[in-house]
Design a binder for this molecule. Structure first.
Ligand SMILES: [Zn+2]
Length: 174
């Protein structure tokens, strides 16, 4: 399937540092892990400014029946057990294999995470999987509404992200 995007600036994705590339690729690995367990392929890693991994998770909505079991939500839930200090989260980055949905973007704001890097964008994901249920409210709109600054980078590593989402999906729920 050929993919087109309206904004040609992001055709190949925004450039990333070596560190961001490493962690976003780890989010792709978790996305694959989700897929092997029968879930949709989404993965998330949350990393402190000093490089410490604070949380890693994948989407488990299919296996739990919980539609809020997105990778970002599952990772954010880990941040409370034990609680990660607010000042650490303010400097942390959440890496997501695909653009966070509005629910997850709100959760990111409630967690106080200061930076987000994502792989595949909503536009491409919906082109690949037009049956996907959910809101199309852009995560940047949610982040702009936050009571603090959330930096957002993406789409990024688009070719690798596409490899995650092309030919690795499940049929819609019956
Ligand atoms: Zn989500």
């Amino acid at each position: 399937m050929s993919i087109t995007v309206q904004d040609q600036r992001f055709l190949g994705g925004q450039p990333l540092s070596a560190i961001d590339t490493q962690h976003l690729r780890q989010a792709f690995v978790w996305a694959h892990a989700a897929r092997t367990r029968g879930n949709r392929p989404f993965g998330t890693v949350v990393v402190a400014q000093d490089g410490r991994i604070l949380a890693e998770a994948f989407s488990n909505s299919r296996e739990t029946g919980d539609c809020t079991g997105h990778a970002e939500m599952n990772a954010i839930r880990q941040l409370g057990k034990p609680p990660v200090p607010a000042e650490v989260l303010a400097q942390a980055t959440l890496y997501a294999s695909a653009q966070p949905c509005a629910m997850c973007a709100c959760a990111i704001c409630h967690a106080g995470i200061g930076r987000v890097v994502y792989g595949l964008d909503d536009e491409r994901l919906l082109q690949l999987h037009p049956h996907l249920r959910g809101s199309t409210l852009d995560c940047r709109t949610v982040f702009d509404s936050a009571t603090y600054a959330v930096r957002c980078i993406g789409p990024a590593l688009v070719a690798e992200a596409l490899a995650v989402y092309e030919n690795s999906w499940l049929p819609p729920l019956a």
